[in-house]
Write a protein that binds this ligand. Sequence first.
Ligand SMILES: Cc1cc2nc3c(=O)[nH]c(=O)nc-3n(C[C@H](O)[C@H](O)[C@H](O)COP(=O)(O)O)c2cc1C
Length: 163
Amino acid sequence: MLEVVDAVCAVRGPEFVAIKLTPGFTIGEIEEADIDEKYSYIIKELNARGDLLFLHLWFNDLKQSEIYRKIRNDFKGKILAEGSLTADEYATGIEAGTMDLIGFGRMFISNPDLPLRLAQDAPLSQPDYETIYTPGSKGYTDYPSWDPTDPEGSVVNPTELTN
Ligand SMILES: Cc1cc2nc3c(=O)[nH]c(=O)nc-3n(C[C@H](O)[C@H](O)[C@H](O)COP(=O)(O)O)c2cc1C
């Protein structure tokens, strides 16, 4: 990983490079048992490479993440944090300085007009986990946009989508 970071930084400098890490994310048979030791080392090495554009971190549940607090404390650059928070919780994090940038993944899938819904404080559709990690357009392109004349039809729950 560090070799790749170095190779990419060599092209135009670290300020054009961001890196995404998913500390503690378990997928398939991959499980991290050495999180503290590993990420202490990685963050030290990333700090040594100068001003990376940002460090992108994704957690299943950012609120519960102990390692996030440690990385936030140790990493010298900007952090883009993601992980199942609400817009209000992200806003609080940015105001408090515990994160610099944030991103939405799953809520953008279930709400194609997410910025508009957040701006208007409109209710959000919830993603359907039966279809969210599967091939095909179902569960990706069939969520409705917000229609103030049809609030009920604008918000779906997973059962409606999978049936
Ligand atoms: C269907 C789906 C596929 C994803 N695939 C990848 C991937 O291949 N690589 C990756 O780094 N992140 C992947 N992500 C994570 C997103 O890029 C993003 O970091 C994450 O969804 C943000 O967290 P949130 O969903 O809690 O908002 C995926 C997310 C979803 C929902």
